[in-house]
Each structure stands twice: as C-alpha cells, then as structure tokens.
Design a protein around this ligand. Sequence first.
Ligand code: ZN
Ligand code: ZN
Length: 333
Amino acid sequence: MRRNEIRQNKATGQWTIYAPDRGGRPHDHPSCSSSPAPLPDWEERCPFCPGNEQMLPPILFETPGLRGNSWQTRVVPNKFPALTPEGGCQRSIRGIYLAMPGFGHHEVIIDSPLHNRDIAEMAGEEVEALIETYHYRYLSLKQTDAAMLVLIFRNHGKRAGTSLIHPHSQVIATGIVPHHIRWREEEGQRYFDTWGRCVYCDILAFEEQDRQRVIWENASFLAFIPFAAEVPFETWIVPKCHRADFGAIADGEKKDFAQALHAVLQMIYRKLENPDYNYVLHTATRYNDAAPHLHWYLQICPRLTTTAGFEIGSGIRINPTLPEENAAFLQEE
Ligand SMILES: [Zn+2]
Ligand SMILES: [Zn+2]
C-alpha cells in the first residue's frame, strides 16, 4: 500500500491530498439515483448491507435497530481512506516544497441497514438516529490529535461523487485548515469587528423576515436558498440559536435538525425528481468553538449543473436560475 500524503501548492498555499490507493475502490454504478430500475433493499455484493460484514473493516459504532432491524446506523473506517491515522502533522521540506503525511481520520457512516432507503424515504426516527450518529462521531473525532477540522458530508448519486449506492455519509478529520475555510472564518471575524454581530445571525434574521427565499422552518431551524446561491437550489439549513460549533447542539435541537433535514430533502427529492446532491456540515475549526462570529449550518448543493472553464478560471459560479424562483418552485404544491 502506498502512503497517503498532503502537498502544498507553493504558489497559492493550497493543500492537496494524494491517496493513490483510492483509485482501486469498488464501484457499483453504472447508474445511481437516476436509475430507472427500482433498487432492492438488500444486495449480496454490497459491503454495507447486513450479513456482508466480512467485507467491512471492524465496526466502530452502531445505533440500536429500529423497525425490526438489528441496527440502524453503523460507523466503519473508510476502506480506501483519503487520510489515515498514521504519521502526524509534521511538515517536511522536499526541495523547495512543503509536504506532510496524509494524516487524519476518514470514516463511513452507513445511514440505514436498507440498501435502497435514502434519507428522503426514511421515517423521522431514522433521520434522528443519523443525526445522533453525526453528533457522536463529530465529538469523538474532534478529540483526536491535531483534528483542526472535522467535516461531515454526504454524496448522493454518481454526479455527486459517490462510488457505492447504499446510503452512506462520511466524516473526515484533518490537521490542516484549507484556505477557503479560514477565509470564511476571517470574513466572519471582520464583520463581527465592524458590526459587533455574527454575520450568520444577521442573514438569518433578514431571511426570516424577508421570506422570499425561505423554504421551510421549525422552532429551531430556518431553511432557505441563500441570496447569492452558487448553484441552482443550493439550500442552507441554519440553527436559529447562535452556536459556532455543531458539537454544542442542544439535545432538544437534534430532533428539530433531523426534521428540517428530512423535510428539505423530501422537498428536493419530490420537486427535482431525486437529483444527485452533496451536503456538507460547516462548523467552526478547532479553537474556535465559542467564536461569536461563526455559526454552524448545513449546505445542500444539488448537482444540476457542471463546473466549466470560466468557473475554474475565475472562481465565479454562473447560476442559470434565481434563488427567489428556486424557493417559489420548491414550495409549489
Ligand atoms: Zn447495501
Ligand atoms: Zn450567529
């Protein structure tokens, strides 16, 4: 097995992870969410289906079964990890360049024992178990050495980059903070220094009152298409209570978060006909847990468009739709 490595682009300061063995991971596509054939609820070659545990690395955690199943969610180390818990964050000089071991943690969360049960089709209690699992793994990985950033994300469908159909999420803990994340934190800090308020709390208060882009809400969360959404139907689910760190979510809020995620994904599933999508849980980096200028939230990006030359060259996205029209469309009966 070749060792993973992280290298820095000397001209930009950006880090890239090299994981040469990930190329060998199994793929059970050709088709995924867009498949016309209905998926079975169990698949004999799927490592995530019950009874196929011999294909899995040792199970790290599982939640009790619901609806007659022996477990509901499971967490395993990623068999083809982007980062591994070997080495450390020690930087080394290679010629004129900077590199470090591909150190970190990469786990898979199996969202359901059923091969074909995506979040939009789950019962409420199944989504709650998933949020509990996210929270538990987040807290566990945050305590590991040098976890500067713990990122929970989910890829749904082939265009979103998933290699296995069985519904699953992922968590990566890494010792580096990438540019765009530090930049977002610094923008939040600058806004706070200017106005004395959290920029996310201000956005939340405006959207809640303006209502043009709001698509769903409950007592603890507001879901809306951001004013400057980068892709069609990009959606944010933002907690109404200011907290920088997802780890600090209150017990009572977890159920509301599960309800919000469930409702929004059902809306997207129904109105956009089960599109491929990615979602990412944005939360404060290490040592910023109590920051007054950061605010955790979940960002969903449907994969309806592709990134082309102008976007790569400029970093500016061209969104062929308007956020207000996206919000109105999702809410039409
Ligand atoms: Zn499966
Ligand atoms: Zn806030």
